[in-house]
Each structure stands twice: as structure tokens, then as C-alpha cells.
Design a protein around this ligand. Structure first.
Ligand SMILES: [Zn+2]
Length: 398
């Protein structure tokens, strides 16, 4: 089975500037680690050169006035401190930078290139590590996301294959709100997001009660997790719910947003997963795709602000897609490169791909009931999924 991997040197132009968490260094160091493990020259990999998205592709999701504003800002000569709150742009999450329209077109185009590759070839998967901009809304930027490349690639597919059914699975620490709201009334796109409880983190949504509207009622699913949720609790719920939803819905394609900011050492979230746990999550997705999702998997990147974690986990994901085992320790030259380019004195440099959440293990020893609380919370939601939500999902009529 072949895996398409989208890559372009232009990807580093999606850059909000110095000090912003979504630095292009994430992509650079992920790419160099994949290369160090010889994955990019693997016989089963197909390196895909992306084309930028066309304006008509963008306009299937985004409002004309927002697109026109971005075109205007594209021409700036230097970064601007201007604030345009009506478009979600300005200092903070989404600063204005020259070339931002072109940079956003490149990301969305990469996702379109990947879905075309998957649909045109039998038994293929694809990975676009710069994609996954799940917060962007039709009329505005949000949470580091200018255009919603996920919604754009789904609408592109719907335009080409009118009855296609897509399951969108989001494992980022933040709720996949943009994608959920865009398809909230559409039964042909089932969204399922696992994330840190919206009462404790941006964007504040993703509650179990958000289940869709009109004919899309029942096709938006949310699994909020308590801050600090550990591998064992997360995996137990994920392993139960995800295959059941896939089986109930039987989509033509599975689109996975694989944000890795659920890691315990992520600087902007509060989840408790290890890279080993994240690898297991991906394995569950990967193993169930041939059974329930027509063997078509499109993975995009997403959040992840501890660069060492992003590179390690996404490299393990690509290795799994290629059916390749990669082993410890991390290549020394790559670790050296990481330390030179990303100065993070708060943490020990990584030496292994797979880590353990030692901090949480200590917490567990001090407070044994804490794990019970996490389990109690997820068990309640698992029950709701199994007894109320999953039975309402309908398979395709044919
Ligand atoms: Zn995130």
C-alpha cells in the first residue's frame, strides 16, 4: 500500500513571526527527523508536490469579504500590528504578515492535492503535516488558522463526488470547532472530536450536548476529557468509541486531524499523554481504517507546540502508515539540530521517540483517587456514546 506525503519548501511561509507558537520550525524538524529515519525514501512513499488552492476552492467555505481582505494584506511589505477583530486578525493569535493569503492557499492546496491522490488511487493514504487548521471560520481567522484547509478539502470532495460520506476525527487537544460548525447540518460529514474539556481551554466548545442540527442532527460528536487525562484512561475510551462510530457510519474516507498538543509537555495545553500513548492512538485509527472506512485515510497535522514532541510523534505516525518499525534512540545528529534551533531550557532534551509521563506518575502516587476521577468522567461519556449517540448514526443507504 502506498502513502502520499505532501511537501513543499514554501510551507515555511506560513509564519506568524518571532515568538509565535505555530513556528515553521515544527515542520522543518519533523521533516528532518522523518528523513533521518529514511522514511522519505521508503519504497512505499510517494512524495506529492502540492498545487496552491484556487480561489473557487476557498470560496466554497470562506466569505468573499474575508478572502478579499486577506488578498489586500498579502501585498504588505512588512508584518503589521494592525488589529482587525471582525476578521479575527491582529496581535496575539493571528498576527498579520506579508504573503499571508499565499501562505494559506499553499496549506489548503496541499490538503486538496492529498485528497485527490487518495481518491484517484486504490488503497492509498496520505499525510499533510502542514494541514489541520481546524479553528478557522467562514468569515474569520481563529486559533492560528487562516483558512480551514480541512473544510476546504471536504467541500472540494463533495463538489467532485456529490454523495461522498466523510468521517472527520479530531484528536487535537483543542475542540475541532471550525470543522464542526461548518458541517453542523450536514449528515454526510460526521465529526468526532476528542479534546480537553472546553470549560478549561480555548475555544470553549465541544460539549457532549453539541450533536448537530436539522438533517445533520446526530452527526456531530464530542468527547471532552479532563485536563491531565493520562494514556490509559484516554486509550480505553478511544479504543471503545472510535471503531464503533466508524462501524455505525461506514464512511468513504476517514479524515484525521492529528494534533499532538495532548502531550504532557505541551506548553499551551494541560493534557497528560505521552508520545507512546499518541502512537497507540494512531495505531487504533490506522488498524480500523481498512475495516470500516473503505481503506482510505487522510491525515493532516494540527496543533503541537513542543517541537520535539511534534517531530517525534508525526514521524511515528508516518512510519506506521508505511508499515515501518522505527527504533530508539533518536538519531544524535537530529537531537543536536533540535537543540541548536529550538532553545527550550525548561526541558531535558529528548533522547527517545517514546516517552513516559513521569510527572503524572508521581501525581498518581501522591493521590491515587485522582485517576478514579478521570475514569469516572470518561466512563460517563462512554456510556452516553454507547447508549444514546452511536445508536442514532445511520449507515449509507445502498
Ligand atoms: Zn490544538
Amino acid at each position: 500500500m502506498e502513502t502520499g506525503f505532501v511537501y513543499s519548501e514554501n510551507f515555511n511561509q506560513y509564519n506568524f513571526g518571532e515568538g509565535h507558537p505555530l513556528t515553521p520550525l515544527r515542520i522543518e524538524l519533523t521533516y528532518s527527523l522523518m528523513k533521518a529515519y529514511n522514511l522519505l525514501s521508503h519504497p512505499q512513499i510517494q512524495i506529492l508536490t502540492p498545487k496552491p488552492a484556487k480561489e473557487e476552492d476557498i470560496l466554497r467555505v470562506h466569505q468573499k469579504d474575508y478572502v478579499e481582505k486577506l488578498k489586500e494584506l498579502n501585498m504588505l511589505k512588512k508584518p503589521s500590528y494592525m488589529a482587525l477583530p471582525e476578521y479575527g486578525l491582529g496581535p496575539g493569535d493571528n498576527p498579520i504578515f506579508p504573503g499571508m493569503y499565499d501562505a494559506a492557499l499553499a496549506v489548503s492546496g496541499a490538503s486538496i492535492t492529498a485528497v485527490d491522490y487518495i481518491m484517484q488511487n486504490e488503497k492509498t493514504r496520505a499525510f499533510n503535516i502542514v494541514g489541520g487548521l481546524h479553528h478557522s471560520m467562514p468569515g474569520m481567522a481563529s486559533g492560528f488558522c487562516i483558512f480551514n484547509d480541512i473544510a476546504i478539502s471536504i467541500k472540494y470532495l463533495q463538489n467532485k463526488y456529490p454523495n461522498i460520506r466523510i468521517m472527520y476525527l479530531d484528536i487535537d487537544a483543542h475542540h475541532g470547532d471550525g470543522v464542526q460548525w461548518i458541517f453542523y447540518d450536514d449528515p454526510n460529514v460526521l465529526t468526532l472530536s476528542f479534546h480537553q474539556d472546553g470549560r478549561t481551554i480555548f475555544p470553549g466548545t465541544g460539549h457532549v450536548e453539541e450533536t448537530g442540527k436539522e438533517s445533520g442532527k446526530g452527526y456531530s460528536l464530542n468527547f471532552p476529557m479532563l485536563p491531565g487525562t493520562i494514556d490509559s484512561v484516554y486509550l480505553q475510551a478511544f479504543e471503545k468509541i472510535v471503531p464503533q462510530v466508524m462501524d455505525a457510519y461506514r464512511p468513504d474516507l476517514l479524515l484525521l486531524q492529528s494534533g499532538v498538543d495532548t502531550h504532557f509537555a505541551d506548553p499551551i495545553t494541560n493534557m497528560g499523554l505521552s508520545t507512546e500513548g499518541q502512537e497507540k492512538i494512531f495505531k487504533i485509527v490506522q488498524e480500523n481504517t481498512p475495516k470500516y472506512c473503505n481503506d482510505k485515510l487522510f491525515a493532516v497535522g494540527g496543533g503541537g507546540y513542543n517541537i520535539g514532541v511534534v517531530a517525534r510523534t508525526w514521524t511515528m505516525f508516518l512510519a506506521q502508515m508505511l508499515g515501518q518499525t522505527i527504533s530508539e534512540p533518536l538519531p544524535k545528529s537530529w537531537v543536536k539540530d533540535l537543540l541548536e534551533k529550538w532553545d527550550d531550557s525548561t526541558e531535558e532534551p529528548p533522547s527517545l521517540l517514546r516517552d513516559r509521563n513521569v510527572w503524572i506518575e508521581e501525581k498518581q502516587l501522591k493521590d491515587p483517587y485522582w485517576q478514579d476521577d478521570l475514569e469516572f468522567h470518561t466512563d460517563k461519556i462512554v456510556d452516553k456514546f454507547e447508549n444514546e449517540l452511536i445508536p442514532k448514526i445511520k449507515k449509507p443507504i445502498n
